[in-house]
Every structure is written in structure tokens, then in C-alpha cells.
Design a protein around this ligand. Sequence first.
Ligand code: SF4
Length: 86
Amino acid sequence: MVLITPHRVAMRGTEYKPARCVALLGEVGQGVRCTLYEQRASPCREFEASWANGEPEPRCDDARRAHGLPPLTPTVQPSVAPERVA
Ligand code: SF4
């Protein structure tokens, strides 16, 4: 991790432009995953993807835009309750 302020840290690699966290595995835009998701730092835990809570997240949209990706769109919710799907 790198120290951002006396009370804040960030994952190494995210301090550069374009940002590339050292824990990110894969190719952005193709398929990626966090290799330490369960142990990720508090800034990562505070960051929500757009529509994860039913609302857009401008920081998520900005991060995607920085990598040439469009903003996420709301997922289509199933019209039938999961317990009723065979
Ligand atoms: S969620 Fe994982 S890959 Fe993303 S910045 Fe945090 S540690 Fe890195």
C-alpha cells in the first residue's frame, strides 16, 4: 500500500495514471478480478459499482471512462421471485 495522507492509504498502482492496482488480475475491458478481495483495503470497500445499490455511482462511471469503457447500466431484474423459478 501507499500512503495518501497521514490517515489514508491506497493500493499500490492506483496512484498512477492510468491507475492499475497491483492486486488486479486480467485485462480491463476483457475480464478482471481482485486477487485479494476478502482482504481489500477500506477505500476499496467504500467504493460501490454503479447500480450495486440501485443507483448510479459517478466515481465508478469516471473510473470506467478513464479506461475507455462506458458506464454500467441497471441490470434487468427478474419478474418472477427466485423461489418460484424452477
Ligand atoms: S478492489 Fe482489489 S483490485 Fe480493486 S483497487 Fe481494491 S485491492 Fe485493487
